[in-house]
Design a protein around this ligand. Structure first.
Ligand code: XIL
Length: 374
């Protein structure tokens, strides 16, 4: 154990040395702060960022684990019904191994056709479509989860299958063919292919009255899974706060919202599930243009949310969806009215730490200790 840590530290230092002299805070890394409390800190990373030595060095320095941003999704892995392309995901897996970082899996099935394989909606499932769809899904999970069974320690088995508008399961190509059993098939197959990995349901239900139906739908799904003995270990709370892509901007975590959100999280832990924050960022779409004011609002909202979440000893990992603003998916998603670049992540575009990094560090420092997952 101590050997593993010192190897990690050595690797992190060599990563830091590769930063070409860029100024780094002379502080403990976010992952080091997290580890003191039994937590882990990580980020999503696209394969394209591997060529950016400054950014990948920063990731190796700050993080204990990475998750491929898109490279394990069907639309990257499955160029056709017959072929798998593991190239980009394998490059990220190699980077994680070389830098001594953990590797998360996202996701075995993003159950939304607009984010699935392009060929899937027109695919001919033949005369026994239900059987053929089941075979395709099982084969996908066995192949993908099996390939990384020794490296991926937790998988988002299913991503976003609850429709926020209705709380029901989304009607997708595979969902229509297989019915609700689709979800159970995925978890059982993942368990068989990667018996040591923790299995997670991941979704973007959020705090706020607008999100009540989504939260309720997720609880209903989780209750069903538990009642049927489906192997699930945790709920992944994406944690895209500040207002979703299609919803009203949210600048504060009000007392009423905190109460409702706690009630939701309490139900989840009451089912014996652990918790992860899998995709944390703060959408500053409607925050002030002034950089200092905006960064302060982002940091304050983040601190309120993280303090509440870290109170739960069931929370085992915190991952951000990008460590620096230049890699944030939010830049191209629902832009600001004034056209200014967004500032949703802990580091700015020049890889300088922002108040959000300090807020995350402070939240880790204030968090109670918990039993580690790793
Ligand atoms: C996003 C990526 O960041 C983008 O690069 C891609 O174009 C679309 O997907 N919830 C999720 C993630 O579960 O997979 C999404 O990632 C962001 C929202």
């Amino acid at each position: 154990m101590s050997q593993a840590i010192s190897r990690r530290q050595a690797l992190a230092l060599s990563g830091a040395a590769a930063l070409c002299g860029a100024a780094r805070p002379a502080e403990e890394s976010l992952d080091a702060l997290a580890r003191k409390k039994g937590l882990r800190f990580g980020t999503a990373m696209p394969a394209g960022a591997l060529a950016d030595a400054g950014y990948s060095g920063l990731i190796a320095q700050e993080c204990g684990l990475i998750v491929p941003e898109n490279e394990l999704k069907w639309y990257v892995l499955r160029p056709s019904a017959e072929r798998f392309d593991f190239g980009p995901a394998d490059r990220l897996a190699a980077f994680a191994r070389e830098r001594g970082l953990g590797f998360r899996g996202h996701t075995l099935l993003w159950n939304r056709d607009e984010y699935g394989a392009k060929w899937l909606p027109a695919h001919d499932f033949g005369s026994r479509p239900r059987e053929a769809a089941g075979r395709m899904l099982r084969d996908h999970i066995r192949t993908v989860a099996g390939r990384y069974a020794n490296q991926i320690d937790s998988w988002d088995v299913i991503n976003e299958t609850v429709d926020p508008a209705t709380g029901e399961l989304r009607a997708t190509v595979l969902g229509k063919l297989l019915g609700p059993e689709l979800i159970d098939i995925c978890f059982h197959e993942a368990k068989a292919a990667a018996p040591k990995a923790r299995l997670v349901y991941n979704d973007y239900m959020n705090f706020g009255a607008e999100e009540a139906t989504h939260r309720k739908g997720v609880l209903k799904l989780l209750e069903g899974l538990k009642a049927r003995g489906v192997p699930i270990d945790a709920l992944g709370i994406q944690g895209h706060i500040g207002g979703g892509v299609d919803s009203t901007p949210v600048a504060r975590f009000s007392a009423a919202d905190q109460r409702d959100w706690r009630a939701f999280v309490d139900e989840v832990r009451g089912m014996g599930l652990d918790l992860l924050i899998t995709e944390f960022d703060v959408n500053d779409r409607a925050m002030p243009a002034d950089t200092a004011r905006r960064d302060a609002e982002v940091a304050a909202l983040a601190k309120d949310f993280l303090d509440l979440m870290l109170d739960y000893r069931e929370l085992k990992q915190v991952l951000v969806w990008g460590l620096a603003d230049r890699y944030s998916w939010l830049q191209g998603t629902a832009p600001r009215a004034d056209g200014l670049p967004k500032r949703p992540t802990p580091y700015d575009t020049d890889l300088k730490a922002k108040p959000l990094r300090a807020a995350i560090a402070a939240a880790f420092r204030a968090a109670p200790e918990r039993r580690t997952w790793a």
